[in-house]
Write a protein that binds this ligand. Structure first.
Ligand SMILES: CC(=O)SCCNC(=O)CCNC(=O)[C@H](O)C(C)(C)COP(=O)(O)OP(=O)(O)OC[C@H]1O[C@@H](n2cnc3c(N)ncnc32)[C@H](O)[C@@H]1OP(=O)(O)O
Ligand SMILES: O=C(O)CCC(=O)C(=O)O
Ligand SMILES: [Zn+2]
Length: 428
């Protein structure tokens, strides 16, 4: 919402998408843009990915997170209604309540498939399957540093247990994913032979995880592309955001042939978290608008983010994609003029797709006459271009001295119009 210190006018979102160049507008095919994605690469899944929503697993690892059963049910239900394909829950071996909550969520009969996330051991796998989940996400660290300091297992031991666990889970008629923790600091040859072994054992998905947020999009593309040629099962990806690459890495993974992306609402998770649900969808709608709009109830994103922000006691960041306070605000005169004429000039996302509003600021020293004329119009006052230019100079003079609130600027506009009435006002 706009505060008094950031005066802005709400301008209705225009018809058509900012991505209109992707398709047919007014019966005419639009020219392609030079940097537009074309989905030409057969392996790219940017137009057919699935989301594994981990607010209730990775998100519970966020410093502030405590979810009681009712809250977990609320979040799971909201995410399922939103349209995510999978919901991942905390390991049932974490605590008795975690296990009971997992069982309770499985019984809800949600549209989304329910997964739980466990260590690569038969003991954990048995408890997971007994909860009634649709699928089990099995994980174990494969980098030397984690093998030395976390679980002390060799690659041969990991492979042997992984095959046993995967085969057993599959034999129970439950979906199974095997993932390597810290994939990007693991030996590539070891990693690929492990993935090949679990693929052969009947895994539904293998997972690549950037546990420490070290990977770049180029590295992600290279690893996932290589893996795509080695396994026949689906490929899930999980990116931490320590260096703010989590969305770009997820996108690179999909381009390289990954099929699933892990997200959490607002990106919450260990340290500064993982790929945020909203950020991923903002990225993906730009190149695959029909796919994204057909699968997810985008207008519910804000509600879900507000729910989770409230539960974990954080504010939605001002610059959050889509729902951040300033995500669709336009201030400088050059921007405002063009936005008023055609929002696509400075917006690649259409706020109306997400049920949020665009704001045009009109009372700063950066404001131009086009925004002032538009605001006068919103107030029911008609002024000429010349008058709008004079009025803008007055507003700029005031805004040079102190921040102007919406009411201040509206008063200046109104008194200017009064001064210039009736003889100076154009015929209405
Ligand atoms: C990168 C990630 O986010 S992975 C997911 C993280 N999620 C969690 O940790 C879930 C919450 N965790 C917990 O509640 C607990 O850590 C439990 C119940 C899983 C285990 O608790 P504890 O038995 O008390 O062990 P602790 O947490 O101190 O250490 C982890 C143990 O798991 C072993 N381990 C760690 N990762 C794995 C793995 N992927 N597969 C098998 N064993 C593993 C470690 O070697 C260690 O074993 P140890 O008891 O012989 O030292
Ligand atoms: O299971 C996975 O793929 C990821 C586990 C995890 O949270 C991580 O490695 O950061
Ligand atoms: Zn993680």
């Amino acid at each position: 919402m706009c505060s008094d210190h950031a005066p802005a006018a709400e301008i209705p979102a225009v018809n058509g998408t900012p991505n209109g160049t992707n398709g047919v507008t007014n019966g005419r095919r639009q020219p392609k843009l030079p940097y537009q994605q074309h989905h030409s690469d057969e392996r790219s899944n940017t137009g057919r990915f699935q989301i594994i929503e981990s607010t209730l697993r990775e998100g519970e690892q966020f410093a502030n997170a405590f979810y009681d059963t009712e809250t977990k049910i609320k979040i799971a239900t909201a995410l399922s209604d939103f349209g995510v394909e999978y919901i991942e829950l905390t390991s049932p071996v974490a605590s008795p309540q975690s296990r009971a909550d997992c069982e309770a969520i499985c019984k809800l009969g949600l549209k989304a498939k329910i997964l739980t996330h466990v260590r690569c051991t038969m003991e954990d796998a048995k408890v997971a399957v007994a909860t009634g989940v649709d699928g089990v996400d099995v994980v174990i660290g494969t980098s030397q540093i984690l093998r030395d300091h976390s679980h002390h297992k060799s690659m041969a031991e990991i492979t042997e247990t992984a095959i046993e666990v995967v085969k057993w889970i599959k034999s129970q008629g439950v979906e199974v994913r095997f993932s390597s923790e810290d994939s990007f600091r693991s030996n590539i040859v070891d990693l690929l032979s492990l993935y090949q072994a679990v693929d052969k054992a009947g895994c539904d998905r293998v997972g690549v995880a950037d546990t420490v947020g070290v990977a770049t999009p180029r590295q992600v593309y290279k690893l996932v592309r290589t893996l795509r040629d080695v396994v026949s099962c689906d490929i899930e990806t999980h990116f931490h955001n320590d260096t703010m690459c989590a969305v770009a890495n997820a996108h690179a993974a999909l381009e390289a042939g990954a099929t699933h992306v892990d997200t959490s609402v607002l990106g919450i998770g260990e340290r500064n978290g993982i790929t945020p649900l909203g950020g991923l969808l903002a990225r993906m709608i730009v190149e695959s608008p029909d796919y994204v709009k057909s699968r997810y109830k985008l207008a519910k994103l804000k509600e879900i983010e507000d729910l989770v922000a409230d539960v974990v006691q954080v504010n939605v960041p001002f610059n959050n994609p889509i729902t951040g306070y300033s995500a669709f605000s336009h201030k400088a005169g050059i921007h405002s003029k063009a936005i008023l004429a055609k929002p696509e000039t400075y917006e690649i996302l259409n706020p109306s797709d997400w049920g949020v509003k665009r704001w045009i600021h009109f009372s700063s020293r950066l404001t131009g006459w086009n925004a002032i004329k538009s605001r006068a119009g919103q107030l029911g006052l008609i002024i000429t271009d010349e008058q709008a230019k004079q009025l803008t100079q007055k507003i700029k003079a005031m805004a040079d001295v102190r921040p102007l609130a919406i009411d201040d600027t509206d008063s200046i506009i109104r008194s200017f119009c009064l001064e210039h009435q009736p003889e100076d006002q154009p015929d209405q």
